[in-house]
Design a protein around this ligand. Structure first.
Ligand code: 2AL
Length: 251
């Protein structure tokens, strides 16, 4: 395949954050790769609880179903550090789907013996720890830290300095070789932080975009023989009636 069309989905509905994520993904992509960033038409303004995460998933899956129907994407990035709906998205799509937490942590594991994650609110730390274990990377994940700044406050005065200070503590105290930025809203900080911290800093938006690009270039997609095959067709009722999965679009 000469070029990849990557749909980057910010599962929260903040348009400003989607624009920033799209910019960072496009900057990371190879020339010739098309990056389109979208946010769902329904869902939470930011994702910082299990409840937010659960309710972000229907809108996210609707974006993937739409792109599959149109045949407009070769692969997908889920641009939220909780990797919401990742397995469901893999069932639904033909091309590869990569979450930013998975991509960032796998990438960081290439860079040394251990990494620290710096995330937003303290209540999201558990999810990041669970994901590290889920991906088999707990051995590399030295510590998940938080800076107690809400996702939509990352652009406010003082936020950048507070995130940077937590990254400095990670380098000084955790014995980590790399720092993983634990929110899609931190993607634009990656270059500057790398220079300031003197250790590799990994942004999942860039890592996931490049990973999808690579998978598409290699002609690789999610295996659909078993667990990740298309979900069985059945009625969905009430407000979820439009989520009923139909026959495979491409066989
Ligand atoms: C996130 C993220 O990446 N986007 C969002 O809305 N919440 N993650 C986080 N840990 O706060």
């Amino acid at each position: 395949m000469a070029s990849a069309r990557i749909l980057v989905i910010n599962p929260n509905t903040s348009a400003a954050m989607t624009a920033s994520i799209g910019k960072c993904a496009a900057a990371a992509a190879s020339p010739g790769t098309t990056v389109t960033a979208v946010s769902p038409s329904m869902g939470p303004a930011s994702i910082e609880s299990h409840y937010d995460e659960a309710l972000a998933v229907p809108g996210l899956l609707a974006e993937i179903a739409k792109a599959e129907e149109e045949g407009s994407a070769d692969g997908y990035v889920i641009a939220c550090f909780g990797d919401p709906g990742l397995d469901a998205a893999r069932e639904l799509s033909h091309g590869p789907v990569v979450g930013i937490a998975e991509a960032a942590m796998r990438t960081a594991a290439y860079l040394g013996r251990g990494f620290s994650v710096v995330t937003t609110l303290d209540r999201t730390r558990g999810r990041a720890e669970d994901l590290a274990a889920h991906y088999g990377l707990a051995r590399f994940c030295r510590r998940v830290r938080s800076c107690e700044i809400g996702v939509l406050s990352l652009e406010e005065p003082g936020a950048r300095e507070a995130v940077l200070a937590e990254c400095r503590r990670a380098v000084a105290e955790d014995g980590s070789d790399a720092v993983v930025l634990g929110c899609a809203g931190m993607a634009d900080l990656c270059k500057e932080f790398s220079a300031e911290l003197g250790v590799p800093v990994v942004d999942g938006v860039a890592a996931a975009t490049r990973t999808v690009e690579t998978l598409v270039a290699l002609g690789l997609r999610t295996g659909d023989r078993g667990e990740f095959g298309r979900p069985p067709a059945k009625p969905y009722t009430g407000r979820l009636r439009d989520f009923q999965v139909r026959q495979p679009i491409i066989s």
